[in-house]
Design a protein around this ligand. Structure first.
Ligand code: ADP
Length: 765
């Protein structure tokens, strides 16, 4: 069959499809005109590329459609509008391009459903295709209801196959493929595949769109809400920039590890969710502020100049040679081995002996910041580790608070009064401290409040204590103990003249040379106005004088104040006879002992009396358990001795003995009053007097041996202050005495004793 042909650009016509197209190319117009005159049949074929102006055989597809032209209208401008309906598929056999129009020789192709297809297969094919199409069309807003209705009426698979592509958005190439597949079931499969794919594409597209829309909507909503909030804030007179935003800026600017920042960002977003007025928000806000104030990665540069360290220690402290030497050794070792392994320095000594002040000097010499944590009376673990954030008013523990106060992560941290640490049912603070003081663990210190680990490994801890014996044992294990003992009178004089007077003058605004305190006056202050191992009260008294001097100079307009032994009373009031004095007379049953206490040495007078009774021993006064046992022991020894004194038969059954330790605010306990109590008892039993100008210290065994005691330096100083010159000291303490500076032993008659008999011989008149 020879037919005129029109090459279509960007169009593909299928059988049963009605199509409107405009023709402008001359050859195509000729073809249409020819067809109109000869039975209105035309061959419509698609051009492979739209760009080709005058297509040859190679430029068009091989298969097209024979169509009937239903209508032809001439448009202004020479174009023609053609309405045609596809009839049947045909393949080109040959193409003639030399004429006025494109002429082709074609043969019709058979592409119908095979005759032998059974009903059930037809029905199945129909349903599947219809279902997929409905799915597609119903979801498509551009498709009218009539179309869907019409389609639902189609009950023949062949018909549906023909109308399906008309309603689907297939590309030209896809339509061409449909045209070219002659096998019915193959074409069917291809068609179903195309529609299913379209449905799938649409499903995914819808999902994506929904997501995007959701996001856009949320952004818009947030934006509107923020704007509203801004307006509300402005109305309330609050800072329009939300404080959460300010916090966010601070978090970004914080010098801290990424993990910390990430944690804070999360906490901030929680904070943003809470409404501004709720108590919960206040807690959260507080938390963020606390976290931001912590010095995560902020540090100061250390100085390793040991020479300078020595200069500063010397500049601030008189004497203390051994202490300074050990501190410098410690610093030297630390600078070599690094912080990890070094034990914690612990300064042990009575109050006012310069422990805090040494720690401060260490901080200064290392160029470190200094903070102090007072552990006295801390019984609750939460004070060290903080409270969980769930409590209202919860706070970080003292360590984190101190770190915040220091503002850097490598300060010197003074753990003051480590020996006063308590523990009760609320947990053991020393266990928490143990973690802090362990160089291996403290880089991951966990505060309950802070939640994330805090690095304490850069901190230089220094501890102080009055009494080494009450420091919890596991803590003691990690400490390097440096003992500071009481000052002698001479040392106190030096400290006063070289340091304290100048320091207090400066503090109270007195100019150089406007105040002089004679050395006799100072001695009197030390002796009669203070009673202490250290120099804290001495410093306080000097401060009192300074203040009085300032007032005097203002009142009277004078330039200089002189304080002497005579006019001291004017500045400090009546002197107080603090120290026990030598007993006036030798007495029965009264013996002076020497005691060590955490705040320095002391003298204690032990009294014993004998009275008619039934053989009881009564103990009163400041006595601990150890002392009570010592008293029992003393009594047994005294009874053993009694045959020497020719006591009547049944003497002990007919007498009670009362032993008492008068006065003394500081509880004393320990075995070192053993010989003192024994002497008092023996004196009372035998009714022999004890020498007044004598003091003693020593532990006694049941058989009367005298054992060594501790704290001898403090005890001797106390005796000296009380003006007692005859001292009995256990033989085994001889090396201690030999080591002592001549200043302490000068003018003292120290006798060494090794048995109770020697003691009694020296003590009883
Ligand atoms: P502690 O901590 O041992 O109780 P401090 O360090 O507070 O005692 O000392 C109390 C005061 O005495 C401080 O002003 C300190 O400077 C001063 N001080 C103590 N010992 C000396 C000393 N050896 N040289 C100079 N001043 C001293």
């Amino acid at each position: 069959m020879n037919l005129p042909a029109v090459a279509l650009r960007g169009l593909c016509v299928l059988p049963k499809m009605a199509i409107n197209f405009d023709v402008s190319r001359e050859r195509s117009k000729e073809a249409v005109q020819f067809a109109m005159l000869h039975g209105q049949k035309i061959f419509l074929v698609t051009q492979k590329s739209e760009k080709v102006e005058k297509p040859e055989a190679k430029d068009i597809y091989n298969v097209g459609v024979i169509a009937d032209i239903k209508q032809m209208v001439k448009l202004p401008g020479g174009q023609m509008r053609v309405l045609a309906v596809g009839k049947s598929v045909a393949r080109i056999i040959s193409v003639e391009t030399s004429g006025a129009y494109l002429e082709v020789e074609v043969e019709e192709l058979e592409n119908g459903i095979p005759e032998d297809t059974d009903e059930v297969t037809r029905e199945a094919m129909l349903r599947i295709l219809k279902e997929e199409m409905m799915k597609f069309l119903q979801g498509n807003q551009n498709v009218g209801k009539e179309v869907i209705h019409a389609l639902s009426k189609v009950n023949d698979i062949v018909e549906l196959m023909e109308v399906a592509p008309i309603h689907m958005p297939f590309s030209v190439e896809e339509k061409q493929t449909i045209l070219e597949i002659l096998d019915f079931s193959e074409r069917y499969a291809y068609l179903v595949q195309l529609i299913t794919r379209e449905n799938e594409v649409r499903r995914i597209r819808d999902e994506l769109q929904a997501k995007v829309r959701g996001k856009v909507e949320k952004n818009q909503k947030d934006y509107v809400l923020r704007e509203q909030m801004k307006v509300i804030r402005e109305e309330l007179g609050e800072d329009p920039q939300s404080d959460a935003d300010l916090l966010a800026e601070k978090i970004e600017a914080l010098e801290a590890a990424d993990s910390v920042k990430e944690h804070l960002r999360k906490e901030l977003s929680r904070y943003r969710m809470m409404s501004g007025a709720a108590a919960e928000a206040a807690v959260q806000r507080n938390y963020l502020d606390t976290m931001l104030a912590l010095p995560w990665n902020k540090s100061t540069e250390d100085s390793t100049d040991l020479k300078r360290a020595e200069e500063i220690l010397d500049r601030d402290h008189y004497g203390l040679e051994k202490v300074k030497e050990r501190v410098l050794e410690y610093l030297a070792v630390r600078s070599v081995t690094g912080k990890g392994d070094a034990p914690i320095l612990c300064l042990v000594g009575p109050p006012g002996t310069g422990k805090t002040s040494i720690a401060k000097s260490i901080a200064e010499s290392l160029n470190k910041k200094y903070v102090r944590i007072c552990l006295g009376g801390v019984r609750d673990e939460a004070e060290i580790r903080g409270h969980r954030r769930t409590y209202i008013g919860s706070m970080p523990g003292r360590l984190v608070a101190a770190l915040t106060q220091a503002g850097v992560n490598n300060p010197v941290m003074l753990l003051d009064e480590l020996d006063k640490l308590g523990s009760d049912y609320k947990g053991d603070p020393s266990a928490a401290l143990l973690e802090v003081l362990d160089g291996e663990q403290n880089s991951q210190f966990r505060d309950h409040y802070v939640e994330i680990p805090v690095d304490l490994s850069e901190v230089l801890f220094i501890a102080t204590a009055n009494d080494m014996h009450t420091i919890p044992a596991p803590l003691l294990d990690r400490l390097e103990i440096i003992e500071i003992s009481s000052y002698t009178e001479n040392e106190k004089m030096h400290i006063a003249t070289e340091f304290l007077v100048e320091k207090q003058m400066k503090k109270n605004g007195l100019k150089d040379g406007s105040l002089s305190i004679s050395s006799r006056a100072l001695k009197k202050i030390i002796h009669h106005y203070t009673r202490e191992a250290g120099v804290r009260n001495l410093e306080r008294k000097i401060g009192d004088i300074c203040r009085k001097a300032v007032k005097e100079q203002l009142d009277k307009g004078c330039k200089k104040t002189r304080v002497s032994e005579q006019n001291l009373e004017k500045y400090l009031g009546r002197e107080k006879r603090f120290f026990d004095q030598v007993n006036e007379n030798d007495q029965i049953g009264v013996v002076r002992g020497l005691a060590w206490t955490p705040v320095g040495g002391d003298t204690l007078e032990i009294e014993a009396i004998l009275m008619p009774g039934t053989g009881k021993l009564q103990l009163t006064g400041q006595m601990g358990d150890v002392m009570k046992e010592s008293a029992q022991l003393a009594l047994s020894y005294a009874r053993m001795m009694s045959d020497r004194f020719e006591l009547p038969e049944g003497f002990f059954e007919q007498h009670d003995i009362h032993l008492h330790i008068p006065e003394g605010a500081v509880p004393k306990d320990g075995p070192s009053a053993g010989i003192t109590m024994t002497t008092a008892l023996v004196s009372a039993i035998s009714q022999k007097k004890v020498r007044a100008n004598l003091a003693m210290t020593g532990e006694v065994t049941l058989t009367g041996r005298v054992l060594m005691i501790g704290g001898l330096k403090e005890k001797l100083l106390a005796a000296k202050m009380a003006g007692i010159t005859n001292i009995l000291v256990p033989e085994r303490n001889k090396p201690d005495v030999e080591e002592m500076s001549a200043e302490i032993t000068k003018g003292m008659d120290i006798r060494f004793v090794s048995t109770m008999e020697q003691v009694l011989e020296a003590a009883l008149v």
